[in-house]
Each structure stands twice: as C-alpha cells, then as structure tokens.
Design a protein around this ligand. Structure first.
Ligand code: HEM
Length: 431
C-alpha cells in the first residue's frame, strides 16, 4: 500500500475550524473528522475541545473510546495521514487511580469510566439491591469530595443564590425516605443488538437497581432557598431544573416533576440506611423516581432553575433521545427538536430460568421482575410458553409500583427457549 502522507502536529493545529477542516491526531495517525463532529455520540462541544490537537489525553479521561466500542474503528475510517512527531509518553497520572474498589460480582463493561451491572443471579435475592452490587453507570472518574468542604449552590431565574453545606441540608429540612428503582436508559441494549447493532454499552438487564434513599425533598429545598413554587413558576417562566455534577456532567428535569408533591424527587445523602458512598454520588445525589437514570445526577454541586434544559450530550445528545426503528442514520433529522428522555416505559424480564437454558423438568417456576417509569404501577404480569397463544397470569410478590413475579408453567423438556421470547406482556396503571 502507498505510505500515508506525513503531517506535523503544527499542521494538524492549523485545522481546527469547519472552514479549514477539523483534524485531530491519535497516536501516530492524523484524521479529518470534519463531517463526523455533528454526529459525535458524546456531543459536538466535547469533540471540538480536541480540534487541531492530539486526542490521546482526552481519551485517557473518556476511555470508553478505547474499550469495547467502535470508536477506534470509526476514527481509522477518517485517517488521512501519519503524524511526523507523535507524542512520546503519556503525561500525568491516570485520573481513575482514585476510583473506589469494586465488588467482583458486578459484570464490568468498562472500568474507565466504570460501567458495571448487577448480575442476574443476585437480582431477585432481595427487594433492595445491596449497595456493593448496585449497578454503576459513570461518565468520568469518581470525584473525591471531602464532606466537610462540600457546598451545594442553588440559583437560577428569579432567585438569589444560596449555598448550603451538608450540615445545612441535613438540619434545615425534614429527612424523607423514598424507595425507588433507577434504570439506565440503555438497559437491555444487548438484546437490541441481537436484532441490529446499536452503539453504546451492551447492557444485559442488570443496569437497574433498587434502594431506599434518605435525604430531603428537592421541592422543599427549591421552595425555601429559591422561593420557587407552583404559584410563581409561571411568572418566572421557569421550565426546567438543572443539576450540575462535580464530575462535569449535567442534566435537567421538567420543573413540574421537580415541584410535584407526588414527584418524590430527593436530594439523597443515604442509601439503604448507610451514608451515601462515593461510588453512588456522595455527599449528595439526585434521585428522580420513574425517570431515566442519567437525570439522577450524582455528586451534585449545583441546582439551577432555568428557562432552558441542561446543555451537553447527556441531555441534548442522540444517546438520550428516542427514535423510530426505521431511523438508520441521522441525515436530515434536527436532533434539537426531539425531546430528551424523561419518564421510562414499562420493563419486564424473566430472570430464571436463564435465556437459552435447557429445562429438565416438566413443570418449571419462572421468576422475573416488572417495573414501570413515570409513577405508573404494575397491575399484572402474564407469561406465555406458546408464542403468545395462551397466557398464565403470574403472582406478584411485591408492592404495586414495581414487582417481582413468579409463575408455574408446564412445558415439555427443553422448551424454555421459546417461552423466553414471548413473555413481555405487562400492564401498567397510571397512578
Ligand atoms: C462517546 C467516538 C472524540 C468525548 C463516543 C462514542 C463514540 C465516540 C463512538 C459512543 C461510545 C459509547 O457509548 O460506547 C469518538 C470519535 C472521536 C471522539 C471517533 C474522534 C475524534 C472525543 C473527544 C472527547 C469525546 C475528543 C472529549 C473531549 C465523548 C463523551 C462521550 C463520547 C463524553 C459520551 C460518553 C458517555 O456517555 O459516557 N465518542 N469520539 N469524544 N465521546 Fe467521543
């Protein structure tokens, strides 16, 4: 093959705008990413930080690019040359060195940042997921925050800025407890991948967990610190409440959810009766019941009442928006116009027997879970072993807003495979 043309890092630096083209280097390669920036799953703003530069130091923070995904392959398809003066050594220590130790039972998809799911074998053991095996979905290194130096800033449209320390939060507001399930928006993506390859972490069904969170109601903090309530929210034209994390990400929820007396949005400092740990957002995280995991911002640093929703890939990017199955690429689609994900739809899965397992008995017990977002409860779970011709109603083992279920089914040996593909019928009820 012809050798690649050679460019210096100075020549790469001259290409950092749409007009001149956007080039980056990675290791000893030079790449023209001009056409790709608008479609970058991590957002245009982030990728533009590296325009005209080496992406190596950026990918040391966002190591999901060099893990199992397709980013390296994608980058290679945009190669235009060799770098004549590649970087010699990695600079600085690894930003992930201070991440906490993790339980070996978790199923790890990435380590830097950590993305790990609860294994199916532990899923139905207890209603509340034990803290060490709670699923982990991070975007950055875990920030180390000294609780004594922690400050939460509350500000925004029509309000004055208020700063609270952890003791203020604990002492000025009543402690509330909320039991809720949090689910990552990408949960069960590996099953979608079996139909057609998608991008993102190939989660099984363990990117969800349940805990009893202790903390204070967001609506009470907003009312007391920002004077924000149902009465004045319209006058100020406040539409969203933005949460900024101390790890650099941000996300927002609609103000109706934030202020609703039924919304149960919590600023949590406890998880399953223990102080919230570093992994799951200490000293304070947001818990937004029924809403996609990414809005449950960990390591909360700032709350802002706003007319606009949060900026950034985790709010406005393609990864947190829903498309019809017919959408194969994003040509001609104005992503800004598509609403960001908030409430999650119904979810149910068989946990035992495992998919594809050979069943030796005539009667089997099928166990699983069902859950619905947006404050809707589970009314009924039906199970079918004959491709949906007949259904058995399962017994629900728990409360109404989420359920574990069990069902006795008679089936011929070895038939479990066909049963699995046909169970997904749950009904949910608006509360
Ligand atoms: C996500 C490709 C540069 C920051 C992604 C993903 C791909 C990708 C395929 C989806 C990954 C997944 O979820 O599995 C690329 C390519 C680049 C590039 C081909 C070539 C220049 C950058 C740079 C930055 C960056 C320079 C940072 C300054 C991010 C972030 C995400 C992301 C923050 C979202 C990760 C998350 O949600 O956890 N990128 N990327 N990317 N990328 Fe990049």
């Amino acid at each position: 093959a012809e050798p690649w043309p050679r460019y210096s890092s100075k020549e790469v630096a001259e290409h950092s705008s749409i007009e001149k083209g956007i080039w980056v280097s990675y290791k000893d390669g030079v790449y023209d990413i001009t056409k790709f920036v608008a479609n970058h799953p991590g957002g245009k703003d982030k990728i533009m930080l590296a325009a005209g530069k080496a992406i190596d130091p950026f990918w040391r923070i966002y190591q999901q690019h060099t893990g199992r995904g397709n980013a390296v392959e994608l980058l290679e398809s945009m190669r235009i040359g060799d770098l004549s003066d590649p970087p010699t050594a990695d600079c600085g220590s690894c930003p992930y060195n201070t991440d906490p130790e993790r339980h070996p039972a978790l199923i790890f998809h990435n380590n830097k940042p950590c993305n790990a799911e609860l294994p199916a074998e532990l899923m139905l053991d207890s209603w509340l997921t034990p803290n060490p095996v709670w699923f982990i979905r991070h975007h950055h290194p875990v920030p180390c925050i000294n609780p004594k130096q922690y400050r939460l800033c509350v500000d925004g449209v029509g309000t004055k800025k208020v700063t609270l320390c952890l003791e203020d939060i604990k002492s000025r507001f009543l402690k509330r407890e909320v039991v809720t399930t949090i689910q990552c928006g990408g949960n069960r993506r590996s099953e979608l991948d079996q139909i057609e390859k998608t991008s993102g972490i190939p989660w099984g069904f363990g990117a969800m967990s349940t805990a009893k969170f202790g903390g204070v109601y967001l609506r009470e903090v907003l009312q007391h610190c920002a004077g924000l309530s149902h009465e004045n929210v319209e006058a100020f034209e406040v539409k969203h409440v933005i949460f900024k994390s101390l790890d650099g990400m941000e996300a927002s929820i609609p103000v109706e959810k934030a202020l609703s007396p039924y919304g149960d949005v919590l600023l949590a400092y406890e998880m399953n009766d223990e102080p919230l740990n570093m992994e799951h957002g200490a000293p304070v995280r947001v818990v937004v019941p029924g809403v996609v995991g990414v809005r449950n911002v960990k390591w909360l640093g700032q709350i802002t009442a706003s007319r606009d929703e949060a900026e950034g890939p985790w709010q406005r990017g393609i990864a947190y928006k829903g498309f019809s199955p017919m959408v194969k690429d994003l040509k001609g689609i104005d992503i800004e116009k598509i609403p960001s994900m908030q409430d999650l739809p119904i979810q149910s899965a068989i946990v035992t027997p495992k998919a594809g397992s050979i069943v030796e008995l005539d009667d089997i017990e099928v166990r699983g879970f069902a859950w619905s977002g947006g404050g809707r409860g589970i009314v009924r779970v039906d199970v079918s072993i004959d491709e949906g011709n007949t259904w058995v109603t399962a017994d629900l083992l728990d409360g109404k807003d989420a359920a574990r279920f069990v069902s006795e089914c008679s089936c011929r040996r070895g038939h479990f495979w066909s049963l699995l593909v046909n169970i997904y019928h749950c009904l949910s009820e608006q509360m």
